[in-house]
Design a protein around this ligand. Sequence first.
Ligand SMILES: *Cc1c(COP(=O)(O)O)cnc(C)c1O
Length: 230
Amino acid sequence: MLQQRYETVQAALAAASEGRYAPPRIIAVTKTHPVEELLPLEGLGLREIGENRVQEIVEKWPDLQEKFRFHCIGRLQTNKVKYIMDKVCLIQSLDRMNLAMEINRQAEKAGVVMPVLVQVSPAGEEQKGGMPPEMVRGFLQEIRQMPGLRVRGLMAVMPHTQDQQYLDGLFAGMRQLFEELRAEAIPGVEMQELSMGMSGDYLLAARHGATMVRLGSALLGPRDYGMVNK
Ligand SMILES: *Cc1c(COP(=O)(O)O)cnc(C)c1O
């Protein structure tokens, strides 16, 4: 089942991005799925996993850390940053100044540099995390000299909607912002990664040049919602 879903997704990603962009790589979103279910991901060559809760990262890390690299993809409270500094290879959900300051502080304390993506909300849904696109430039200028973090690109969560045309425009807008910022070559800021697309919209994301898609249910099947609210 897992293998079949994986092959379906791979083929679809390759088809969607054909010609224009390299197909995005898949970040397996493993939230709510127990460790035993995740071990087979390794056999498929999937070595990067995304979790959105600090507690789940901390709980799963001992069993999975030798096989997988963890990404933090969910809204991150500043008082929890310290628990994941040694466990994640990328924080995708940097969306505000006090969080940047805390990541920088904890990284300096640990003597590391934490790679981050700046989270954007293209539809202006700030309650879901992410800053409006027009704020990204100013934010990058403010954080680019922080020695404890390294901006590697942008991340976006799209709104829940069936309106494909609207979504298409949002994905195109993200790619455009990404390319503009890359062309500006802001000192201290890398624009290598564009993380966008989830199970419901990853084809559009691939078509618009995502470099990573974050896939939960399309890969691992439906989530157990009982666990989400635990
Ligand atoms: C849960 C989650 C995903 C994956 O969701 P699916 O729809 O199951 O693919 C991707 N990104 C973020 C930020 C998430 O919280």
